[in-house]
Design a protein around this ligand. Structure first.
Ligand code: FRU
Length: 300
């Protein structure tokens, strides 16, 4: 990759939310009044977390999604600015942002997310078309809203053809909605999650990558499927299959955003020219390390 190409940004398209995190000894019983061991809040949302990790690893990136202009949530925008994550192209609305109450259970290491999204608008094609694509080398999408997102992908493909550019496109398929599968049709990389795979009846990571390939028109994308402690599977553009083990730390502390960390790390290493196998292996290592402390600041 030439130097000017390397100066270009990775754009992550999706949601930015506030995560309010309760660290509990055990999962609380319903209708009890309990104290948690500790708590904190942080900027969250898959694409927003991707940006946090990309910056920690040293990649230049930008977040694109609808953000809240509400004064009480200025913290979220300040945090982006302090970390060097551009959000200059984000449309703003005067509504409070979506937020998640998160229970981290130290006994089982589960993270339970209760997400509250009171009809907060999501990014439309009309917002995306205002963005100057010259600045980017990679555009990653948090898979949602298939009709609008398909138009965004088509715009990138047209741009690549007309300008002889090669912006890479990746898609995270995580939400448990079958209608999202069409979003895998025209991208270079697909990050397929365990939850959506199980929802579709695909019981193992190996089965999931093959099933996805059969369900989509895209025979050349690289499919990467994460399966928690069982590691990842890869089905490359030649349908060569590989399994890559997970690297859990000795002590697991915080599992929130581990999948987002993995995606960001894989994109980071791929965009630096590493092979798919190496990038996934390094992605697993970074995601494993993420689990060893709260938040993302220890990464990088
Ligand atoms: C983690 C996360 C949280 C957010 C939730 C939204 O992957 O992005 O930061 O609250 O998922 O579903």
């Amino acid at each position: 990759m030439s130097e000017s190409e390397d100066d270009k940004l990775i754009l992550c398209v999706g949601m930015c939310v506030l995560d309010i995190i309760h660290v509990c000894e055990q999962y609380p019983q319903e209708d009890t009044d309990k104290r948690c061991l500790r708590g904190h809040w942080q900027r969250g949302g898959n694409a927003s977390n991707n940006c946090t990790v990309l910056r920690q690893l040293g990649s230049n990136c930008e977040f694109l999604g609808v953000i809240s202009a509400a004064k009480s949530f200025q913290y979220i925008n300040d945090d982006c600015r302090e970390r060097g994550i551009s959000n200059a192209n984000c449309p703003q609305v005067e509504k409070n942002p979506p937020f998640s109450s998160v229970i981290l259970n130290l006994e089982t290491h589960s993270r339970t997310i209760i997400h509250c999204n009171d009809n907060f608008p999501i990014l439309r094609y009309d917002d995306f078309k205002r963005v100057n694509l010259d600045k980017y080398k990679w555009i990653h999408f948090e898979g949602r809203n298939p009709d609008e997102t398909t138009r965004m992908i088509e715009r990138i493909i047209d741009y690549n053809r007309e300008t002889k550019s090669s912006i890479k496109i990746s898609m995270e398929l995580e939400k448990m909605k079958e209608e999202l599968l069409v979003l895998a049709n025209a991208v270079d990389y697909v990050f397929l999650g365990k939850d959506i795979s199980m929802h579709l009846g695909w019981k193992k990571a190996k089965e999931a990558v093959h099933q996805l390939r059969n369900r989509i028109d895209n025979k050349r994308c690289i499919i990467i499927c994460t399966w928690g402690a069982e590691g990842c599977t890869i089905l490359d553009e030649k349908d060569h299959f590989e399994h890559v083990p997970a690297y859990p730390p000795e002590k697991i502390v915080d599992t929130l955003g581990a999948g987002d960390t993995f995606c960001a790390a894989v994109i980071h290493f791929l965009s630096k020219g590493r092979t798919v196998r190496d990038s996934v292996e390094l992605g697993n290592k970074v995601a494993g390390f993420k689990l060893s402390a709260f938040g993302y600041d220890h990464i990088g």
